[in-house]
Design a protein around this ligand. Structure first.
Ligand code: G1P
Length: 297
């Protein structure tokens, strides 16, 4: 029987330079899609997948993240006094019990693999999930929950996968697997950011992983890979080389690349359109604006 996945690692040490100047003073993960910070989407998804221990790999300047998950006594007291129960409920989702959340510092930006490795002592000898908060996935069943359910049958390692256009493959970890394979498929290898024209498939890794603790051993001995960084992809590829199973999992849902401005904007519009309190007004505005633009052209 596979062991239940209860721990998740959130690598949030990145500088977020693509969103400067905003990220000069706020962590990228606190930026909002409508009114919820990116990190809240990731935490909610983890909770729905049964995660109960949350491990954040942070860096200097990320204190706002720690405050975000802490109780806010003055704010809570003021809302209570005014009888704002609805807002109290919204706040409740942000609070984490003491002991459920841990912060570890990555003191040098040596890559995603290194960031995950920083959490090795807290992960211990259990399988664990990794969630990259830049990848926001909308769907009926949260992506990590879909994976945890599939993992109960497969065990091993599992990475979320999505078909991308061939010219986009150099931006991702790419699976050596059949493009037309089933939704959950064993993979033959993985390569991080392959040079144009050399990708083994069009199946890209998206930022959701379930990993066995042996990946931490590979990361302990890791050397720099693509971009001069210690890559998580390389450590997972080592699992395959060692004869341990790694599955690619084609999730159901729409993925937004919130690490890019275009993806972030698209996610904002998609999530706002889906909201009962905002959708109609935004839809009207978009129609009017697009019609005016078209008429002016
Ligand atoms: C990271 C991973 C890459 C993966 C991608 C998904 O890359 O290294 O394998 O495909 O996330 O978003 P990054 O986007 O940090 O360059």
């Amino acid at each position: 029987m596979t062991r239940k996945v209860t721990k998740a690692v959130f690598p949030v040490a990145g500088l977020g330079t693509r969103f400067l100047p905003a990220t000069k003073s706020i962590p990228k993960e606190i930026m909002t899609l409508v009114d919820r910070p990116l990190i809240q989407y990731a935490i909610d998804e983890a909770r729905e997948a049964g995660i109960s221990e949350f491990i954040f790999v942070t860096s200097r300047g990320k204190n706002a993240l720690e405050d975000y998950f802490d109780a806010a006594p003055e704010l809570e007291a003021s809302l209570e006094e005014k009888g704002k129960d609805q807002l109290m409920k919204v706040l409740e989702r942000t609070n984490m019990d003491s002991g459920a959340i841990a912060y570890i510092r990555q003191n040098r930006p040596l890559g995603l693999g290194h960031a995950v490795w920083c959490a090795r002592r807290l992960v211990g000898s259990e399988p664990f999930a990794v969630i990259l908060t830049d990848d926001v996935i909308a769907g009926d069943v949260p992506c990590l929950k879909q994976m945890v359910d599939a993992y109960a049958d497969t065990g091993g390692a599992m990475v979320a996968a999505m078909e991308v256009a061939p010219e986009k493959t150099p931006a991702y970890g790419i699976l050596d697997a059949d493009d037309a394979g089933p939704d959950c498929m064993p993979i033959r290898g993985m390569v991080e950011k392959p040079a144009p024209g050399t990708a083994p498939s069009n199946l890209a890794v998206i930022g959701r992983y379930i990993l066995p603790p042996t990946v931490m051993d590979s990361l302990t001995n890791a050397t720099a890979g693509a971009g001069g960084e210690i890559q998580l992809t390389d450590a997972i590829a080592k699992e395959i080389e060692a004869g341990r199973p790694v599955n690619g999992f084609r999730f159901k849902g729409e993925r937004f690349d919130c690490g890019s401005k275009a993806g972030y904007l698209q996610a904002t519009v998609a999530f706002a359109l889906a909201r009962e309190d905002l959708g109609d007004e935004l839809r009207d505005f978009l129609h009017r604006t697009l019609a005016m633009k078209t008429a002016a052209e």
